[in-house]
Ligand binder design. Structure first.
Ligand code: MLT
Length: 326
């Protein structure tokens, strides 16, 4: 009788334990959501979709892209900081993760305390572009135009905390211009407005702009990298155009909510590293002048170090510029 009861208990115990250990071993057992902090069709979305496809192949699960645009990327960051800590929600964000603490007096999350860091992803150059019929014919003419026309120039960007906003702010600072800034939910709608002539100028990432530049839909004035870019070899750098030290490269990182189990983080990091070796991904990025980061940066430590030093760097510049949101 007693023995019978013990055997029965063991059997029930084993039945309960099996699904739990199977669950832990098989992460991910359902699709993973990759949150994008800007509008669909824009540069972060385009990068996210390429990454999702390659990561999904190595995870053996679909990676579903979910756009949560608004407030320069801070809505999505806050959403992911508060999401379930199970590995099924991750965030792709860029340099804006490091500018937000300087730009927002009341940021509802802490980039250095509320996330797990999966690794750096890729560095995306920017282009300085204008509406097709903008009178300025060269980068030098653009700089004079921005200075002379003052607030008559409409400078588009994707909200406080967007790379386009940061680059536009640095451009105005460098020139001594006071353009009227026009925020959008991402540079996808901003680019549509630029092509349609509703706004005059903007900075935007090559991930989105290269095909539009090649099709002659916008005017290209220069690239924001230190050196010229292979896919836009005729375009000068903004430094060549006269802006000494002007350089903006949009670094990207992959994040999960703080407290995500280490095993899930390790699986996600492995999938990230596999994706960044995928020839299909590398080829697509190369076409638009984007480089994946070197292997030593594809780690949690490298992303956290980068984020922390960038928060310090941009915080000082943002204080100088006096740009804030309450
Ligand atoms: C976007 O995807 O819309 C951009 O990354 C926004 C930006 O940061 O300029």
């Amino acid at each position: 009788m007693k023995l019978h009861r013990i055997i029965a208990t063991l059997t029930i115990g084993a039945a309960v334990a099996a699904p739990l250990s199977a669950q832990a071993e098989t992460f991910p057992s359902r699709p993973v959501t990759l949150v994008i902090p800007f509008a669909a069709g824009g540069p972060t979305d385009l990068l996210g979709r390429v990454l999702a496809q390659s990561m999904g192949a190595s995870l053996g699960q679909t990676v579903v892209v979910e756009n949560r645009a608004g407030a320069g990327g801070t809505l999505a960051s806050n959403f992911v900081a508060r999401a379930n800590k199970d590995g099924y929600t991750v965030l792709l964000h860029h340099i804006g993760m490091s500018t937000a603490p300087g730009l927002y007096r009341k940021l509802p999350y802490n980039p250095l305390a509320d996330f797990e860091y999966l690794g750096q992803v890729a560095d995306v150059p920017m282009t300085v572009i204008g509406r097709p019929d903008l009178p300025a014919k060269s980068p030098q003419e653009l700089l004079s135009y921005l200075k002379q026309q003052g607030n008559k120039v409409n400078l588009a960007h994707a909200g406080l905390g967007a790379a386009s906003q940061l680059c536009g702010m640095l451009l105005q600072q460098a020139v001594g211009a006071e353009s009227t800034t026009v925020p959008f939910q991402g540079t996808a709608p901003a680019l549509t407005a630029l092509i349609g002539g509703q706004v005059d100028v903007m900075c935007d990432q090559t991930m989105q702009t290269v095909p539009h530049i090649r099709a002659g839909k916008v005017k290209l004035y220069g690239v924001t990298t230190r050196d010229r870019l292979k896919p836009l070899a005729d375009a000068p750098t903004m430094r060549e155009a006269g802006l000494k030290d002007f350089e903006v490269v949009v670094w990207h990182g992959l994040y999960a909510p703080k407290g995500t189990p280490p095993a899930a983080l390790a699986t996600l990091n492995k999938a990230l590293r596999a994706a960044l070796k995928d020839p299909a991904l590398i080829g697509k990025l190369d076409e638009v002048g984007v480089q994946v980061v070197k292997e030593s940066l594809q780690t949690p430590e490298a992303l956290r170090t980068q984020l922390s030093s960038e928060i310090d760097r941009w915080g000082a510049l943002i204080r100088q510029a006096g740009t804030y949101a309450d």
